[in-house]
Design a protein around this ligand. Structure first.
Ligand code: NAD
Length: 255
């Protein structure tokens, strides 16, 4: 996709962190963004704070609802005539020993992280084929490319997102649709502060586990993602990730 000016986009999880940064970056480039989040107030606050030639419209969307995604795509197409970019970005995580995860937690993370992406693809991809092009961007994680102990459910879902994205990419090119999967290491967003394990708060767990001092700035990541869309890259993997060996098992549950 050569230019983002005048393009239309949906960003799920747009009310916080990476989704908020993507929304800001897209608006700066002149795109019209539906900033979709379960937390409407958060989406409204992000939309109110953007600056640039584009626009951001907040909308309450629960990605676990297939209908919410269909309605969101319909709303963008009704207003702008097409949907160019679908960012399936909303996600949650659980930290902890696998034996302590409840079935409700397993189902909740699969619902948001896997079904949420499936719903976005299901709603947007046929439209993109019909209109002759578009780009799907799915936010996975470094945890979608390798194992990370004490976050088995998250790793399960993010491997699914990587698999879905790469499989879709092999079909989508024939329709002029690009697919990119984003696989960040720790990014400086509120998700890092959710959960704790033993003596580690979430943020310390992730940074320690990845052997880095600082998380990535979400605005830097967002610019990198948009460059990857422009070049139709399959993956966004930070350069430093190649140097990170996630020390599986190093953070023992009993430390
Ligand atoms: P975040 O917690 O800051 O933002 C996630 C957003 O998703 C929130 O605004 C939340 O309200 C929204 N959300 C949650 N459930 C939803 C639902 N059912 N429907 C709609 N919206 C929902 O987290 P983030 O770091 O910005 O995470 C964005 C994505 O990046 C996630 O998929 C996450 O797994 C992935 N990721 C994050 C990191 C990191 O270190 N921050 C690293 C790798 C991957």
């Amino acid at each position: 996709m050569s230019t983002l000016a005048g393009r239309t986009a949906i960003v799920t999880g747009g009310g916080s962190g990476i989704g908020a940064a993507l929304t800001r970056a897209l608006v700066r480039e002149g795109a019209h963004v539906l900033c979709a989040d379960l937390d409407l107030a958060a989406a409204e606050s992000v939309a109110a704070g953007v600056s640039g030639p584009g626009t951001a419209t907040p909308r309450q969307v629960d990605v676990t609802s297939a209908q919410d995604l269909v309605d969101a795509v319909d709303a963008v197409v009704a207003e702008h005539g097409r949907l160019d970019l679908m960012f399936n970005n909303a996600g949650i995580t659980f930290l902890g020993n696998t034996e302590d995860l409840t079935l409700e937690q397993w189902n909740a993370i699969i619902d948001v992280n896997v079904r949420g992406v499936v719903h976005g693809v299901h709603a947007a991809y046929p439209r993109m084929i019909a209109q002759g092009g578009g780009h799907v961007v799915n936010t996975a994680s470094m945890g979608g490319l390798m194992a990370a102990g004490l976050m088995t459910s998250y790793v399960t879902t993010k491997h699914a997102v990587v698999g879905l994205s790469l499989a879709l990419r092999t079909e989508a090119a024939a329709h002029g649709v690009g697919v990119t999967v984003v696989c960040p290491a720790a990014v400086d967003t509120p998700i890092l502060d959710k959960g704790e394990i033993g003596r580690f708060k979430g943020r310390d767990f992730y940074l320690e586990g990845q052997g880095v001092k600082h998380p990535v700035d979400p605005d830097v990541l967002a610019r990198r993602v948009l460059a990857a869309v422009a070049d139709d890259e399959a993956y966004v993997v930070e350069p430093r990730q190649a140097r990170i060996a996630w020390r599986v098992g190093r953070l023992s549950p009993t430390f």
